[in-house]
Design a protein around this ligand. Structure first.
Ligand code: ZN
Length: 214
């Protein structure tokens, strides 16, 4: 039986035994299958009390997702995930700093997650703000972290980017964040090199509900 079938037969929260039976690629397969169920409007719901009972004994999430705060990209919902399934870090523009990296290190090294998915999305306001070189309050520093993803495309396209140009920046940001995770976290780089985890990027389409992998 595939690990997706095993997952679908869970009665309550994911157990540490199930989590540790997964490979890194199994964890990616579970994310993909979850978004397929979401797109097909075929969610699989587990019983709430069984999930809470499992939660009271600890957690063993199979993956960590770094997403944007955007209200149109609710992470658990779009992966048809339940309580205890995923670590979720959300910050405008799904970028990284020391706190986010530390959170991802905890998720993988200390809590056993097998995959990190960096999830950008179409029509991202943080990317649009970066493109427009918005400077205001604490946004200034946040958007500076996204700037390397837009500089080249802004030079090429100019001041009035099409939606397609913004989506290219979104994709570039996802790729750069994946690179930064590897570069700036010795723990996660080593875990990926050892095959213990996979670090991957994807884009969520706010119009279709579909996740496309990089
Ligand atoms: Zn966004």
């Amino acid at each position: 039986m595939s690990q997706i079938d095993n997952y679908l037969q869970l009665q309550g929260a994911i157990t540490p035994e199930f989590q540790q039976s997964l490979s890194a690629s199994d964890a990616m397969d579970l994310l993909k299958a979850g978004n397929d169920r979401f797109v097909a409007e075929e969610p699989v719901k587990r019983e709430r009390q069984a999930l809470l009972n499992g939660a009271s004994n600890g957690q063993a999430p199979f993956a960590a997702v770094l997403g944007c705060i955007d209200s149109r990209a609710p992470i658990e919902e779009l992966f048809d995930a339940e309580i205890g399934d995923l670590f979720v870090a959300r910050v405008a523009g799904n970028t990284v700093n020391g706190d986010i990296l530390g959170s991802l290190e905890y998720a993988c090294k200390y809590a056993g997650s097998k995959a990190i998915l960096v999830l950008g999305h179409t029509q991202c306001g943080a990317v649009k703000g970066t493109y427009a070189q918005l400077e205001d309050g604490n946004l200034t520093g946040l958007l500076q972290r996204i700037e390397p993803a837009v500089t080249a495309i802004r030079s090429e396209v100019g001041d009035n980017p099409s939606d397609a140009a913004i989506d290219r920046c979104v994709a570039s940001n996802v790729d750069l964040v994946c690179d930064r995770i590897r570069k700036e976290s010795d723990i996660l780089r080593t875990m990926e090199a050892d095959g213990a985890i996979v670090i991957a990027g994807a884009i969520y389409d706010v119009a279709t509900g579909k996740v496309s992998y990089r």
